[in-house]
Design a protein around this ligand. Sequence first.
Ligand code: ADP
Ligand code: GLC
Length: 483
Amino acid sequence: MPVSVLSVASEAVPLVKTGGLADVAGALPSAVAGHGIEMTTLLPGYPAVGKAMGKGKLVHKWDSLLGEPARLLAGKIGKHKLLVLDCPTLFAREGGPYGDVKGKDWADNWRRFAAFGRAAADIASGAVKGRKFDLVHAHDWQAAMTLAYLRFASTQPELPAVMTIHNMAFQGYYDAGVFPRLGLPQEAWSLDGVESYGGVGFLKAGMQMADVITTVSPTYAREIRQKDFGMGLEGLVSSRGDRVRGILNGIDEAVWDPGEDPDIAASYTRRTLGKRSANKRAVEKEFGLERGDGPIFTVISRLTWQKGMDVLLEVLDHLAGIGGRLALLGSGDAGIEAELHEAAARHPGRIGIRIGYDEALSHQLQAGADAILVPSRFEPCGLTQLYGLAYGCVPVVARTGGLADTVIDANPASLAAGVATGIQFDGVHYHALCAAIDRANALYYQPKQWRTLQQNGMKADFSWAASGRAYAELYRELTGKTA
Ligand code: ADP
Ligand code: GLC
């Protein structure tokens, strides 16, 4: 029996993306389709979404969605069903999904994403004629209120619900003053409801009400039981026991395949790795790096504390000093951006940076750099190390979250067994990162070993096959619908 799932997300490729959530929400419908799951994705009607979708078909209207008139439009995302919440006063704004052109969060985000959740709950409860759902899958805090509205403000029997945490650092936590404006009954103001540390916790509410909470790697699912990772919600995570599970993200192999990538200078496979050198030359040119045979490290990242970018800054002189080069693509923290510019000026030809967001260039970097640095303090899953593995760009990663689960450290045992795929290090600080870079550099100069690392990574299967099956099994477990 097919299972009909409403996936509620605030971003999804190819329509709107600020990070890995979009990759995952965009890939999920295809990943589960082969297992008899019919997934419909609900997105907010940002300008980019409306533009990509075209006119869409009007399928529902709200006179007042938390006070705003709104419409629901149906369209397609690739081959799959898409619903878009068209509510211009909340979503048709210049800037990003969560903030203005300068990156400052919209002051009414609580209202924007409460309305999104309210709409999702209505849709899941059958408000739209001809569309019935068996289960709701909400992603991150922006979609989490769906579950609160389903529990407290729906007249329909509650649907089974999955809440996926892509990043515990973003919880959608607001002042208690917003509660009366959410349109929830007073009983929702409790520890079993949306109340959290005296305020309203969107993610907390979703976690409280979900039948199963998933996060995007098994290690992160364990880590968030601890204070440093749980960020205040560790008690709730622990209390949910085995209802908290880790399902690793996959990568979309149609988009990330060095054998057929329109964005790179030269295609190659595991067997024709030699052709990578044309991509290395392209990276040198693009980033103004001097030509050379030494390793090029890359970083493709949000420039934030989570990603350890402050520690990266500290090691740049060391990296250049040992003959390494760096090609960095990222955007984020203004202070980090400024210091990166300074480092590039100190090391012309050795450190090249590009501030901004450039999907095509991220492919070229994975294809042309020798190693990708991911020194995250925490990383629920992480996708750039997976793209690195697929492209023979050896990942050098902090041993945390999904990074710990996806990279096999090149220690003597794994090297002897011929299974290593990269380098892991413990603790995101100067000495640990320098030592990891030194290890990568030394291995790079042992061409046979290095090639084995690259080929092992390229052989590893991080497609959606296994994870798609795991989500499908979870949906069946919760709905009781057998295959
Ligand atoms: P997060 O979602 O925490 O930022 P992930 O590693 O899961 O981390 O996903 C990041 C995604 O965004 C990857 O697809 C990565 O390639 C992409 N990305 C990050 N920064 C940039 C950038 N400046 N230009 C292009 N792609 C980027
Ligand atoms: C978040 C996490 C990242 C994860 C992504 C997709 O942005 O920071 O680790 O890969 O979501 O699940």
